[in-house]
Design a protein around this ligand. Structure first.
Ligand code: URA
Length: 271
């Protein structure tokens, strides 16, 4: 009688043990944990209850040592990869001609890439194309451009032989307004690649906008003009002078512009 009762109890315990171990959601780690209701406990069910109080609490998987911060678990917008401009002149010119990186592409007629020999020691940088440049696709071809050509000629330089001319932005800002910072930033990889490919001995930036944008400065032209600056990873020397459009309006400053050109000439003559 006693033996039959014990058998019934053992059977009942067996059912409980296996159904608990096989319960859905039981993790493999929990499977590895010591089974507290091991057969030794089954030998005396009545004792098991009183022993339970002395047993360590059932093992639950420990929390991760360094739980990932919530912010890492939440979906975040992937960062846009930095634009890498084509590494050769033709690829670069093609990329500029089809560029839609900023809103200026909606109003331009032609992109204005740059002009001059690609081994020129002098790079002249203006702020952006005007109406005539936009129509023709070449920088400095209007009235200001004609004056620029004369200024360069006076120190033995020209776009056909030894000066490369480009702008901070390659598309005309509507109504000849100043280029905005997002437009300058969108166009910067093109200018930077032009500088990298050209490796000029000297950059001459014309006017406040070109100078400030190139040097990422808010200083007035009067402060930027005079000292020699440096640009980019190659620390290319940079000089600043007046924009020819300004000189057309303010001919009295032509003497100072002439002094700047002589400084350019001296610098390049050093070799
Ligand atoms: N002004 C500029 O800055 N660039 C041009 O190409 C023409 C006028």
């Amino acid at each position: 009688m006693e033996a039959r009762r014990r058998d019934r109890l053992l059977k009942a315990l067996d059912i409980e043990v296996w159904t608990r171990r096989d319960a859905p959601g039981t993790s493999p780690a929990a499977d590895d944990a010591p089974v507290i209701d091991a057969p030794v406990e089954r030998a005396s069910y009545g004792a098991a209850e009183s022993r339970a109080a002395r047993m360590p609490p059932p093992r639950t998987p420990p929390p991760p040592a360094n739980p990932a911060p919530l912010s890492l678990l939440e979906p975040t917008a992937p960062e846009a990869p930095a634009y890498v401009a084509p590494a050769d002149w033709q690829g670069l010119a093609d990329a500029v001609s089809t560029c839609t990186r900023c809103k200026l592409c909606k109003t331009r007629t032609k992109t204005v890439f740059g002009v001059g020999p690609t081994d020129a020691p002098l790079l002249v940088i203006g702020e952006g194309p005007g109406a005539e440049e936009d129509a023709r696709g070449e920088p400095f071809v209007g009235a200001a451009g004609k004056l620029l050509d004369e200024m360069l000629k006076s120190v033995g330089r020209s776009r056909s032989s030894n000066v490369y001319i480009a702008n901070v932005v390659k598309c005309r800002p509507p109504g000849n307004r100043d280029p905005e910072s997002d437009e300058v930033a969108a166009c910067r990889p093109f200018l930077d690649r032009q500088i990298e490919l050209l490796q000029p001995k000297l950059i001459l930036a014309l006017g406040r906008i070109a100078a400030q944008r190139l040097l990422s400065s808010t200083a007035p032209l009067s402060k930027l003009r005079g000292p020699q600056h440096a640009y980019g990873p190659a620390h290319t020397p940079v000089l600043i002078s007046y924009h020819p459009a300004y000189l057309l309006r303010t001919p009295s400053d032509k003497a100072k512009s002439w002094a700047d050109l002589k400084q350019v000439h001296r610098f390049l003559a050093k070799g």
